[in-house]
Design a protein around this ligand. Structure first.
Ligand code: PSU
Ligand code: MN
Length: 305
């Protein structure tokens, strides 16, 4: 049977209980309804799981102390027999190892924004005659280098809008990751259908997407491919509505000195509070849509792993 993978960070760290559990179950149901076996990836008590049963889903949705695992954290979760939820990078790595090449998520991580002061200058930015020296503290998600080196197709609603989207797109271009707009010319911005930036190219069907992915891998490239599906129209939050909340949440993260892997969960949680749950509803709608598209792509790929 054809499979696709789902990540577990959005269950453990991205959505509040109990809608995280309901969503995890619904996403699996969307894949099954299209004849594709969903496999949610996580580490439970140090064991790699490529597919969770309902008791394991419930555990991840409620347990305290679940680690958020990027690529570098997988080994320590195993060695220390911990529970860990996999982010995009860790999920891609484990999916590839298990021979599964299609993965549906919400939004990938990317280059984080650098906050500017009132003068529009970046924090710590220095100007040296003709050069602007950018602060060296850029936070870049491990999802990006994983996309550059692991051949899994990641179906998402773009990169999370809390990020620096132009820089994220530049990074993907530099490292040779195809970025396909699914039935759109634009690079979607998670809560909103467009970021105002262009995707590399447009594909109009799962078949067209599968053809590009297949051709990429048939050429021997070992990178992933990003398939970007805009959030459904009826669930969209316009950019001008969500943007002030994003800026406020990012500022609070900075003030509270939240760093590393804690930034994204903190910001998502604050957005849920500031939008009265609208960001969570949008997140769930785009996730379901992405799983449906990923299932259709999975059925049209013939890849040898
Ligand atoms: N998409 C969502 N919710 C999430 C995430 C993505 O809708 O919680 C997670 C993914 O697991 C992604 C991670 O890999 O956020 C990125 O975290 P960071 O920015 O710390 O790399
Ligand atoms: Mn980070």
């Amino acid at each position: 049977m054809i499979s696709l993978v789902l990540e577990s960070t959005l269950i453990a760290h991205g959505l509040p209980y109990p809608c995280n559990l309901e969503t995890a179950r619904e996403l699996e149901a969307v894949a099954r309804a299209r004849g594709v076996e969903p496999r949610t990836i996580a580490i439970i008590g140090g064991a790699i799981k490529i597919g969770l049963n309902d008791a394991e889903l419930q555990h991840l949705a409620q347990a305290r102390g679940v680690l958020k695992l990027a690529r570098r954290d997988i080994a320590l979760a195993i060695a220390q027999k911990r529970d860990g939820a996999t982010t995009v990078s860790a999920t891609m790595y484990l999916a590839h190892r298990a021979g599964i090449r299609v993965f549906a998520t919400g939004g990938i991580g990317g280059v984080h924004r650098t906050l500017k002061d009132e003068g529009g200058r970046m924090k710590d930015e220095k100007i040296d005659s003709s050069f602007i020296l950018h602060p060296s503290s850029f936070d870049i998600s491990a999802d990006l280098p994983e996309l550059a080196r692991t051949s899994v197709a990641v179906v998402c609603a773009g990169a999370k809008a809390i990020l620096d989207l132009p820089a994220t797109l530049e990074w993907l271009e530099t490292f040779g990751v195809p970025v396909l707009g699914f039935q759109t010319d634009d690079f979607p911005a998670f809560y909103s259908r467009s970021s105002g930036l262009r995707a590399q190219t447009r594909v109009d069907s799962a078949e067209d997407a599968a053809r590009v992915i297949q051709a990429h891998w048939d050429l021997g490239f070992t990178s992933g491919v990003l398939v970007c599906v805009p959030i459904p129209r009826d669930a969209e939050i316009p950019r001008e509505v969500i943007e002030p909340f994003i800026e406020r949440a990012l500022r609070e993260a900075e003030e509270q000195k939240i760093v590393g892997g804690a930034v994204t969960p903190f910001v998502l949680k604050r957005l849920a509070e500031l939008t009265d749950g609208a960001s969570v509803r949008a997140n769930i709608a785009l996730l379901k849509n992405n799983v449906a598209v990923a299932a259709e792509i999975a059925k049209r790929l013939q890849v040898q792993s």
